[in-house]
Design a protein around this ligand. Structure first.
Ligand code: HEC
Length: 154
């Protein structure tokens, strides 16, 4: 993976603008590096998930959080996210679901609910097509933790 200070700076600018178009200018780097630990690792992601997502999705991401029964829409079991997509875990879709680029009505737009996650330090991840996707450390951490809890059976 190519690392460059310039790319990281551009990624930070892209996240500051919070625009998908701006994200395309970010370079191919992952400033936080290590996928197993640190601010973008699954441990940090689990903590952030419990704080921001477990109310609806459940502590183990099974779709059974205490708020789930109050909603008129069904809360998906996120451990089956890959299984629902022919076994492929699409990390970019998870990131964009959290930051609002996928525009789920139940997520109510990114700012009111996930503002704290969106203002975290910038991070960049490579998308499946190799194009860099700009996000923030807490969002990337959550996406990486969710990857670790995927059920394999279809
Ligand atoms: C207010 C309850 C609520 C909270 C809080 C919430 N979600 Fe959701 N989430 C939902 C609902 C409901 C859906 C399904 C919406 C739909 O299909 O339109 C959903 C859908 C998703 C999906 C898409 C699942 C799929 O199979 O397409 C992902 C990924 C997701 N949420 C992740 C998260 C993460 C990560 C957080 C925390 C940052 C979070 N959600 C916080 C209610 C919530």
């Amino acid at each position: 993976m190519i690392r460059s200070r310039r790319a990281a700076t551009m990624a930070a600018a892209a996240v500051a603008l919070a625009g998908a178009a701006a994200a395309q200018q970010a370079g191919p780097s992952d400033p936080a590096g290590d996928p197993t630990g640190g601010p973008t690792g699954p441990e940090a992601g689990r903590a952030a998930f419990i704080e921001a997502c477990a109310g609806c999705h459940g502590r183990e991401a099974g779709g059974d959080g205490p708020t789930a029964e109050l909603l008129t829409v069904e809360v998906p079991d996120l451990t089956r996210f890959a299984a629902r997509n022919a076994g492929t875990y699409d990390i970019v879709r998870v990131i964009q679901t959290i930051d609002g680029r996928q525009g789920l009505a139940a997520h109510g737009g990114p700012m009111p609910m996930f503002g704290g996650l969106l203002t975290g330090p910038a991070a960049v991840v490579d998308g499946p097509d190799g194009a860099p996707v700009a996000t923030t450390e807490p969002i990337l951490a959550i996406a990486r933790w969710l990857e670790t809890v995927q059920e394999e059976t279809p």
